[in-house]
Design a protein around this ligand. Sequence first.
Ligand code: IMP
Length: 205
Amino acid sequence: MIKSQKKILIATRSKGKFPEIVSKLKGLPFEFLNLNDVGNLPQDYEVDEPAMTFEGNAIIKAMTFGKKTGFIVLTDDSGLEVDALDGRPGVYSARYVSGTDEDRNRELLKELKDVPDHQRGAQFRCVIALYDPQDEKIRTCNGVCRGRIVREPKGENGFGYDPIFYSEELGKTTAEMGLEEKNSISHRGKALEKAYRILEDEFLN
Ligand code: IMP
């Protein structure tokens, strides 16, 4: 008998995160579902993110979606930590100021207007949570990507703070990178390399 492929729900509404996640995990024998593939969830269903840490929020989201849908779930909680702002916006990256990604980038550049180049260090941080509701197994892993905040947005790719985040390693902003290029150096790419191994070892048997 042919065994049907295991399903994993990539529980994010972010149009930017989903393709980065699937691109990195596509070698695993899972069927990748997005939130629209799940029949019993209302279209606009959101999980609150009340925790003060990326890990806390990633776990809350994974367990909530897992218990609601019955699928193995992967969630990503991530954000930008700016040295000169003592790590802000951090877990508040998505809701730092209301409006669009462009509004948030503009606000951040305004706040950093007088900060000299050598003090514009920043990092993206990502925590991935993996949850299997069948046996209540929960695992997390993380990744960090160092860079600095430029003075003018540059690049059209990616999402969020990508146009203002410059990677010294590749000599461009993450918005100037293709998806696989960004995945090779990014916080999410690094966390997903760890998630790949955990899924292979602990979630596929
Ligand atoms: P979350 O969906 O609550 O985890 O919020 C993540 C927020 O952090 C996003 O809305 C972006 O503003 C920011 N962020 C996380 N990862 C990235 C990235 O890879 N590029 C640019 N911005 C990111």
